[in-house]
Design a protein around this ligand. Structure first.
Ligand SMILES: O=C(O)CCC(=O)C(=O)O
Length: 277
């Protein structure tokens, strides 16, 4: 018996490689999370810039709560089953007028996760993600064709680590995934997706759990740390860590730094250049 998604929604996810929108909280709840996140940004600005947009859930309660939010986990459980691990999170924030964009790419290309089909990513909107603010665009069905060649462009305004880009995407068939605050999209790690700059007057705040994994997943390019989100992990292929009890506890900050360094080694494995995120 599914916990949140209908059979139609689950079929759409498997057919298209993504599902959007999925409502997991009210706009008022999302506004409360946004206010808490922005208070944390004001208190610890350095904790969320550059490389530190990664894995802030390891030392901020607000992002920890979102990562382990029961409704989000219900939807993920409907797709992956009852045993769930969290291997990382990313804050994708585009300020108003920000030229930052995301080129067409497949997440699985550089994450070293095998099998990537036993993983999924959620992207939760904490502000309106619209055509104007640069919501994600997805290429339906593109997850079915395996890994594509990516060109590491390192374009300055490309907010992906290497500016990795797949060039021959059928843009005409692409689908926009606008989200209200409190809604999320869920995508397969092989689906092609992209997003444009934020031309609105509000911040575009997205929180991605990248990704939830079944315990069957191994890391092929380095080391990965995970939290148990639901059920059990009989395999223990990846390193387990706990959840923060307060904000910015020194031991959690140190653990996050270690996790980010090792994650960066995975993402930049074999790369010509390395950037600060
Ligand atoms: O935030 C964006 O526009 C892109 C996010 C993304 O590429 C992802 O969540 O995999």
């Amino acid at each position: 018996m599914p916990k949140l998604l209908s059979a139609v929604q689950m079929d759409a996810y498997h057919r298209d490689g993504f599902l959007s929108p999925v409502t997991v909280m009210t706009e008022a709840e999302a506004a409360d999370y946004r206010a808490r996140l922005e208070a944390a940004e004001a208190a610890w600005p350095e904790a969320m810039q550059g490389a530190n947009r990664n894995n802030a859930h390891l030392n901020l309660r607000v992002l920890d709560e979102l990562t382990h939010h029961p409704k989000i986990l219900d939807a993920v459980e409907d797709l992956l089953g009852p045993d769930l691990l969290v291997c990382g999170t990313v804050l994708f924030i585009k300020e108003p007028g920000d030229p930052g964009f995301v080129s067409w790419h497949q997440d699985a290309k550089y994450m070293g996760l095998d099998p990537y089909t036993d993983a999924t990513t959620i992207w939760l909107a904490l502000s309106p993600a619209t055509l104007e603010s640069g919501c994600m665009r997805m290429s339906p069905g593109s997850h079915g064709a395996g890994m594509r060649d990516h060109d590491d462009t390192y374009q300055e305004t490309n907010i992906l680590t290497r500016g990795q880009s797949v060039h021959d995407v059928d843009e005409a068939a692409a689908v926009d995934t606008p989200l209200r605050p409190g809604q999320m999209s869920i995508h397969n790690l092989a689906v092609l997706h992209a997003s444009s700059p934020n031309r609105s007057s509000d911040r575009r705040i997205g929180f991605a759990v990248q990704s939830y994994l079944k315990p069957t997943v191994r890391q092929t390019r380095g080391e990965t740390f995970v939290q148990l989100a639901r059920g059990t992990d009989p395999n223990r292929y990846l390193h387990h860590i706990g959840r923060p009890r307060t904000d910015m506890a020194p031991e959690d900050v140190a653990m996050r730094e270690k996790v980010n360094d090792l994650w960066s080694d995975v993402l930049y494995h074999g790369a010509d250049k390395r950037r600060d995120f």
